[in-house]
Design a protein around this ligand. Structure first.
Ligand code: BYC
Length: 321
């Protein structure tokens, strides 16, 4: 009985210390004590974020061999490589919470971990590469700038670096769209068609409305989230509408209008049935994305084995020095 009381007191002290730290705005670091719920919440979010970066390489990878110029190809290659790097920083940040890379990948392959809805749509034309950079990376930046101030140190530091690279990605996408919009009628039509297909899924990237978001409560309490899903979505809409206007693209939303009193654009309803269908595994490309990831992961087993053998060899050499 006494022992149980002592354990309870230790738990309470730990929670109090943790919450004081969070409330002061101090970062939580890997060796700090933290509640189990906080750890689990972060592992879920960071691993899903990492999976999104890596799966997100697929729709763009589809266009490397078909880029319309050497310059465009070099830029696209560099961008996709950056996305792979983002995945690595994020897997490393999640590993500091006590989960292994293998566990995270297994959860992805078993359908237990999600990745962003957006990467389950096909990249059908070159304009889609513009739309992905401009809209998808643009949405990701709005979310990730906010996450730079998230409470977990390794996640927040990864975000600082990622945001610098994302801003280049967003500009490369906008440049493609601007170029196509100053081209032939066919090119303009292609750009508008990409805009029509990518706009709504990009808005869904911010997650369900706040009233329907089960994780937001804890995320705010623990300062994992600094802004809500709806706040960030609104921020993205407000900045993107003007960018579309400058190059002559139309936002495919007949209800979109400036609300002077609110100082924001009002927008039409989002198709949440589509969102839940896509994140539930039934979007246009879910099966293709997972099949590709699983196959490439298994083909790459020998690389991981070689790296591990090299690490062991080096460790032995150091021991015998
Ligand atoms: N897609 O309670 P909620 C990139 C799930 S990659 C799929 O609001 P939370 C790029 C959510 O996981 C950038 N699932 O959750 C790469 C939860 O389900 P579970 C990707 C979604 O966590 C390559 C349920 O819905 N960015 O830029 O409080 C090329 C309820 O949601 C989505 C990130 O990953 C979604 N969009 O808030 C180009 C950002 N939204 O887990 C570009 C990091 C929600 O209970 N993540 N769900 O099964 C976050 O900021 C937050 O996790 C979210 C969701 C705002 C996404």
């Amino acid at each position: 009985m006494e022992l149980l009381q002592k354990t309870d007191n230790i738990q309470e002290d730990m929670l109090k210390g943790f919450e004081e730290k969070i409330n002061r705005g101090d970062a939580i670091e890997p060796k700090d004590r933290m509640p189990d719920g906080y750890r689990k919440h972060l592992i879920r979010q960071i691993s899903q974020h990492a999976h999104s970066e890596v799966i997100g390489m697929q729709p763009e990878g589809n266009w490397i061999t078909r880029a319309p110029s050497l310059r465009a190809k070099q830029i696209l290659l560099a961008k996709i490589q950056d996305e792979g790097g983002h995945g690595l920083y994020l897997y490393s940040a999640a590993e500091t919470l006590g989960v292994s890379r293998d566990e995270m990948i297994n959860q992805l392959h078993a359908g237990k971990a999600k990745y962003s809805n957006i990467f389950n749509y096909p990249a059908l034309t070159w304009a889609d590469i513009g739309a992905i950079g401009w809209l998808v990376d643009g949405a990701a930046i709005v979310n990730q700038v906010s996450l730079q101030r998230t409470s977990y140190g390794p996640y927040s530091r990864a975000m600082v670096r990622i945001c610098k690279e994302e801003s280049f990605h967003q500009r490369q996408g906008y440049e493609i769209m601007a170029k196509m919009m100053s081209g032939t009628p066919d090119q303009r039509e292609m750009a508008q068609d990409a805009m029509n297909r990518w706009w709504w899924p990009s808005l869904m990237m911010f997650g369900p409305h706040d009233s329907e978001s089960p994780h937001t409560g804890d995320a705010f309490r623990w300062k994992i989230k600094r802004h809500s899903n709806d706040e960030l979505r609104q921020k993205f809409i407000d900045k993107t509408v003007q960018q579309a206007e400058v190059i002559g693209l139309t936002i495919p939303d007949k209800d979109l209008k400036w609300n002077q009193a609110a100082g924001h654009y009002d927008h039409g309803p989002i198709n949440w049935d589509e969102f839940y269908r896509v994140i539930g595994g039934n979007g246009p490309c879910n099966k293709q994305r997972m099949a590709h990831h699983t196959a490439v992961h298994s083909e790459g087993a020998w690389v991981r084995a070689a790296a591990e053998a090299y690490r062991l060899k080096k460790e032995k050499q150091i021991l015998h020095q």
